[in-house]
Design a binder for this molecule. Structure first.
Ligand code: PEP
Length: 252
């Protein structure tokens, strides 16, 4: 049986003091999580402080991005090894803000994904359609293209260790959440795509999160769907109460 996985993407929010305080508060209150895995993804510069603050707790730390090279003259970039060195377990790759605001392509995401696996980081790869693509009936085609480009070249073992986050772009930070049926449909399609490329057993192992305006009041219904294995949470991850409200939905 797949475990539930809830991850908080803090984006470019918090400062050193508030990041550590939020991490400590979450660590204190996240006990007996049972079948739920929990991670928080602060900005790069606070990763070290946050990882120290939650050491020994049930929480894990993830980064929001990385570069695909191991080291070298890449000013401003951060490698997978550096993330591991400061205590990261996860890395978010191909978030829609990176794809659409910063020009990240499937090919770039794929290079990062392969580098993350080589280093031993657990990647969370985001895919999702724009509103006009959904309205034009292109959702499945967009998801398939992103999957084939961003997740190319993975071994069976690497695919099983890759978390996919389905994040419809129109639902991110907008308050417009996909209905449980809309999300379930795409998650089931993703699992079929994985089964087609690999096999059914492997497809059943892959954790697929939903992301896009998940809040405590909609979490349980979304997470109750058979192919929705957790959530990637933005805005509601910035307050312990709302993040833990979502976790409660996963435990329900
Ligand atoms: C996200 O940043 O991945 C996200 C889903 O944001 P929000 O929960 O704020 O929509």
């Amino acid at each position: 049986m797949r475990r539930m996985f809830i991850a908080g993407n803090w984006k470019m929010h918090t400062d050193r003091v508030s990041a550590v305080a939020l991490a400590e508060s979450l660590a204190d209150q996240s006990t007996s999580l049972g079948h739920v895995d929990l991670a928080i993804c602060p900005p790069f510069v606070y990763l070290d402080a946050v990882a120290r603050a939650i050491a020994g707790s049930e929480l894990a730390v993830g980064a929001q991005n990385m570069y695909h090279e191991d080291s070298g003259a890449y000013t401003g970039e951060v490698s997978a090894a550096m993330l591991l060195d400061v205590g990261c377990k996860y890395v978010i790759l191909g978030h829609s803000e990176r794809r659409h605001l910063l020009g990240e392509t499937d090919e770039m995401v794929n290079r990062k994904l392969l580098a993350a696996h080589r280093a031993g980081l657990a990647p969370i790869v985001c895919v999702g359609e724009l509103l006009e693509q959904r309205e034009a009936g292109q959702t499945l085609e967009v998801i398939r293209t992103q999957f084939e480009g961003s997740l190319a070249g993975l071994s069976d073992e690497q695919m099983a260790r890759t978390v996919i986050a389905y994040e419809p772009v129109w639902a991110i930070g907008t308050g417009k959440v996909a209905t449980p049926d809309q999300a379930q449909e795409v998650h089931a399609d993703l699992r079929k795509i994985i089964a087609g490329r690999y096999n059914e057993q492997l497809a059943e192992k892959v954790v697929i999160q939903y992301g896009g305006s998940v809040k405590p009041d909609n979490a349980a219904e979304l997470l109750g769907r058979p192919d929705i294995d957790g959530a990637l949470v933005g805005g509601a991850a910035l307050k312990a109460e709302s993040f833990l409200g979502i976790v409660a939905g996963a435990k329900a």
